[in-house]
Write a protein that binds this ligand. Structure first.
Ligand code: ATP
Length: 249
């Protein structure tokens, strides 16, 4: 699509001239990105370009070497409240039940005594088809079910921003498609701002309405565009010079 990405007067998330380096090694520089509340953005780029690092910076889990990150106008100086990250591996507590795993954020946030934390956790499990497994232990679930528990846990903290770092890459194609649909449904129902880092164009096509491509060393934003109805074809066309099928892993 040719519609330009607008300059936002008061963006929800804003990166201004952000750079990040590991010691002396620069990862990315001069990254400017403005995202509106409720937007769904896919971040693409070759392996090692800095996608995960950018997500960490967005979440306030890593401090940029220079530049500023703002959420709703406030400078980010630590983990961003209301922002949660879901990773490739579900990282569930093996000794805790599914329900207790989902309740973990409420416990850490001191909300476990509130009856609505338990009700919310059960509602999320129901929405994800896991009501019957609430008392199971993670090892009794399939990989896809475990990742659904991780999704329920991420949403139990009632985030406004959901960051996904290769969340489906350990799953088989069928499970992947089904979990993508769950993420989209739940994120849309809650009006979440969703940012997904992935190698898979189908993930971006399914989840995002906008694609941001990192490239170069140090990396910069090489492309930033809206996705239309035929998003996967659009992505293939825009990324063709780099790779035909996927952004090279
Ligand atoms: N802890 C670290 N110390 C030093 N360098 C690091 C560290 N973590 C990552 N890097 C380097 O920073 C660069 C960006 O890494 P990052 O994980 O953000 O890339 P990525 O695009 O997410 O890669 P992938 O797609 O393979 O997950 C890479 O060159 C990587 O080797």
């Amino acid at each position: 699509m040719t519609r330009p990405i607008p300059h936002l007067a008061s963006p929800h998330l804003a990166l201004a001239s952000v750079a990040y380096r590991y010691g002396a090694a620069p990862v990315f520089e001069r990254v400017d990105l403005a995202v509106e509340a409720g937007e769904r953005v896919g971040i693409l780029g070759r392996s090692g370009v800095g996608k995960s690092t950018l997500l960490q910076v967005l979440a306030g889990l890593a401090a940029p070497s220079s530049g500023t990150v703002r959420v709703d106008g406030a400078a980010v100086r630590g983990p961003v409240p209301g922002c949660t990250v879901m990773f490739q591996r579900p990282a569930l507590l093996p000794w805790a039940t599914v329900l207790d795993n989902v309740l973990l954020p409420a416990r850490l946030g001191g909300r476990s005594g509130r009856t609505d934390a338990g009700a919310e956790a059960r509602r999320l499990l129901e929405e994800l088809g896991l009501s019957e497994r609430a008392e199971a232990k993670p090892h009794q679930l399939s990989g896809g079910q475990q990742q659904r528990v991780a999704l329920a846990r991420a949403l139990a903290s009632r985030p406004r921003i959901l960051l996904l770092d290769e969340p489906f890459s350990a799953l088989d194609p069928e499970m992947r498609a089904s979990l993508r649909a769950d993420v989209l449904r739940l994120a849309q129902a809650r009006g979440l701002t969703l940012i997904v880092v992935t190698h898979d164009l189908a993930d971006v096509a399914a989840l995002a309405r906008r694609a941001v491509v990192l490239a170069g060393r140090p990396a910069r934003i090489a492309d930033d565009f809206w996705l239309g109805d035929d998003a996967e074809a659009e992505l293939r066309r825009r990324l063709r010079p780099a790779t035909p099928e996927r952004v090279a892993a």
